[in-house]
Design a protein around this ligand. Sequence first.
Ligand SMILES: Cc1cc2nc3c(=O)[nH]c(=O)nc-3n(C[C@H](O)[C@H](O)[C@H](O)COP(=O)(O)O)c2cc1C
Ligand code: SF4
Length: 491
Amino acid sequence: MQLYMWKPEERIRYQPIDCQWPTQEQAANSPVFQTIAIGPIRLAQKTWIPAMVPWRSNVAGEVTEDVIQWYERYAQGQPGAIVIEATGIRDVPSGPLLRISHDRYIDGLSELVKRVKAASNNQTKVLIQIIDFLAIKRRPNRDAFLTRFLKITPQHIAKLNAPDLSEEELRQRLIALPDDELKDVLNQREYSQLSHGYREYVTDLDLPHIAELPAVLPDLFASAASRAAKAGFDGIELHYAHAYTMASFLSAKNNRTDGYGGSREARIKLPIEVFNSVRKAVGPEVAVGCRFLTNECIDSGSDLEDACYYAVEFAKAGMDFLSLSRGGKFDDAKQPKVGAAAYPYTGPSGYECMPGHISDEFGPFGRNIEPTNAVRAAVVAAGYTTPVVCAGGIHNFEQAEQLLIENQADIVGMARQAMADPDWFRKVKSGNGNQVKLCEYTNYCEGLDQKHKQVTCQLWDREKLDEPNIRMSHDGKRRLVAPTWNPETKS
Ligand SMILES: Cc1cc2nc3c(=O)[nH]c(=O)nc-3n(C[C@H](O)[C@H](O)[C@H](O)COP(=O)(O)O)c2cc1C
Ligand code: SF4
């Protein structure tokens, strides 16, 4: 499968690092397996599976049997918390993205929570990540863009020095220009629409639905959150990370002039308003926190200093947890092919979000640890104890334990490692850590995600295909969940 992900030019290959796995007794005494309070709820251990979209829903955005079985499989490993994938808060068609945008979704989501908790033997808390995102379109065909979509402006006429040409003739002139000259005639926004496809920005104040985001988003998030509470979720994670609406408000590139952009104080205004209205909707019994970035990892983007400021403000506002990611932006995404849409994990910032095994001298493991440590230190220095979750390349027990011993984070997040081996937690806790299948960070799973294909892991998707009653992917070649682990037979 062809994979579009940027790689550091050093191209150093890394293998996952094996470690000394603890005995059952050592595990019982390790900070990894101690409980921790997240606001009103308590995790049975300090482990966390961050949100990952596996493309198991349907075009209606419903909880399907495939969605349920995917999360039941994680739950069998009994991690402290599972965060259900990014789930849309608007009641609009969103491909096969899970939705929580109307009360009709509550029953399906309740069933999901019930079955996931049961599969974990009630050991795992279940949270849901809720998301808003702006429109993005496919990269257009050049001729079609210049003939139909581009709005001819006085700037084009002036740049072409052609006041007497008809619109039709002007368009033909534009089509005939080589790309480097066309770039001079179009403005930056128009050229980026042509080269990468149209996309909306939170700074498009001329578009009424963008201008009114601060007026509508608090209610949209609050309604989604109250549905999540009704469905029985233990917690809600507001998606303030990566390439989506709320992260774009926090971004240093947000220069809105309506009081919601420019300074840090203005950029965080809407994220805090959204949180306040979510808290009001769900009350103190449901954990509410957010996922945001230690660094956007793009030119002129927000940096670690911004993240420390945001973290303290979120803690002050009363968030119950802070989950830190990094990068994952459209700004440096790879140019999509004509007819395809840009994807935010294909450039250098995408690499920082999901580091792969081909890397630079630092390597793919723990790139977000130091920045998370700095964010946590800022929160602590400000007098707050809000738990901080760290993720990014963490796969072995020693890495996980070290993070906690050194107070770099309060909870260990493992996304791809949990996909590679959903039983990591149960195996390590029971003294069977040497049976863990380590994630190889090849990003085969992420390649499937980019194509909106059902996400599976190459370590298990073709294993034991003769097992009875297994569900297969649409292409009929891959099993959809990892084979069951049997501690007796060690397989
Ligand atoms: C297939 C896939 C889907 C993902 N979907 C989401 C998502 O819905 N929300 C989110 O915040 N992060 C998402 N991520 C990012 C992960 O949560 C995590 O931050 C990233 O993979 C780095 O952690 P890891 O090295 O433990 O995998 C996704 C990652 C993968 C591989
Ligand atoms: S496919 Fe599996 S082994 Fe490869 S990066 Fe994804 S989870 Fe890890």
